[in-house]
Design a protein around this ligand. Structure first.
Ligand code: SD4
Length: 325
């Protein structure tokens, strides 16, 4: 009798739960369909995204693929010697080496990445080669360098007068303080949607200025710094990589969108999860997201995070909403 009662309660409970979940699942079911004519759209972190987006759009207009667009777009920033956090002129690690991280992800779910890559101007292109020419996702350090050379990339010193000077200054005190601030967060992460509504992404950085040698951030980690699911959308991160990795930032945003969150709400929820983990007073993280319909969103911990938005042939710089001062 008791057992019957218990199994009745259990069965009733399961049925009720099923009804609740079923109802919610229906309610929040997103339309995983590109809005007609939504693309092309590009969104990129920070103001260097303006030029990157414009190049990406040109690539598409000239018949390039969405993948070509997100690769070539961020290459502009990698080649800019005045940008202190990406490619040439990126701030060195605590031993004076410019060590780069990058990843790329395609609408077909394929992806590639490199980390701690030195003396190569375009880590994003090496990441693409990893994706296309190897059975792997991520190559590191000397292995990534050797692979790049084998693919015809040229060795090149990435230090500039500015980066050497900045390192010399930092060396005087060598104070190891891997805290993100306005000067040292400049990763470029780009999300692109082509005319078919297919979504692509790229992310490239020299990481934290004067980081511990060997330290890898979120930017080359698929699911942390970047994630695309072409059925749902994509997300990209900038800021303190450790905090992003701890919440699987980009992947979680895409999953939240799958369950009906808007891009902005999904980015906000990822920020709130960081807030749950740690004191965010001195930590900056910013997320960008796009869903399959072509809606975009962003959210950051602190004010100051902006992003370039290219839509309907117009490019603008937008300020992100944020959690706290
Ligand atoms: C990192 N997320 O290495 C990168 C740094 C960054 O804007 O985004 N800077 O942690």
């Amino acid at each position: 009798m008791r057992n019957n009662r218990r199994s009745f309660i259990l069965n009733f409970g399961i049925a009720a739960l099923g009804m609740v979940l079923g109802r919610n699942a229906d309610k929040t079911k997103p339309k995983f369909r590109a809005r007609k004519g939504a693309g092309p759209i590009f969104i990129s972190t920070w103001n260097h995204g303006i030029e990157a987006n414009q190049v990406a759009l040109e690539v598409l207009k000239k018949g390039g693929s969405g993948l070509d667009a997100v690769e070539k777009g961020v290459m502009v920033v990698e080649s800019d010697p005045d940008n202190g956090s990406v490619g040439i002129g990126g701030m060195p690690d605590n031993k004076g080496n410019v060590a780069l991280d990058a990843c790329i992800m395609s609408s077909d779910g394929n992806c590639g990445a490199v980390c701690m890559l030195e003396n190569i101007e375009h880590p994003i292109s090496v990441a693409r080669k990893v994706m296309e020419d190897t059975p792997h996702v991520l190559l590191a350090a000397d292995g990534a360098f050797d692979f790049a050379i084998s693919k015809g990339f040229k060795k090149r010193n990435l230090n500039t007068k500015n980066s050497k000077q900045a390192y010399k200054e930092w060396k005087k005190e060598s104070r190891y303080k891997p805290i993100i601030n306005v000067e040292n967060h400049d990763t470029i992460g780009m999300l692109g949607m082509d005319d078919n509504g297919d979504i692509f992404g790229s992310c490239t950085t020299s990481g934290l200025a004067f980081k511990m040698r060997g330290r890898i951030g979120d930017s080359p980690i698929i699911g942390a710094g970047l994630f695309i699911d072409n059925e749902v959308g994509g997300a990209v991160a900038t800021g303190l990589g450790e905090s992003v990795i701890k919440v699987a930032g980009a992947a979680i945003i895409v999953e939240l969108m799958r369950h009906g969150y808007s891009p902005e709400d999904a980015c906000k929820e990822a920020v709130l999860r960081i807030q749950k983990n740690e004191n965010t007073k001195d930590i900056q993280v910013g997320f960008l997201a796009i869903n399959k319909a072509g809606d975009i969103g962003s959210y950051a911990i602190h004010p100051g995070f902006n992003y370039a938005l290219t839509i309907n042939d117009n490019t603008s710089l937008e300020d992100s909403d944020y959690l706290r001062n």
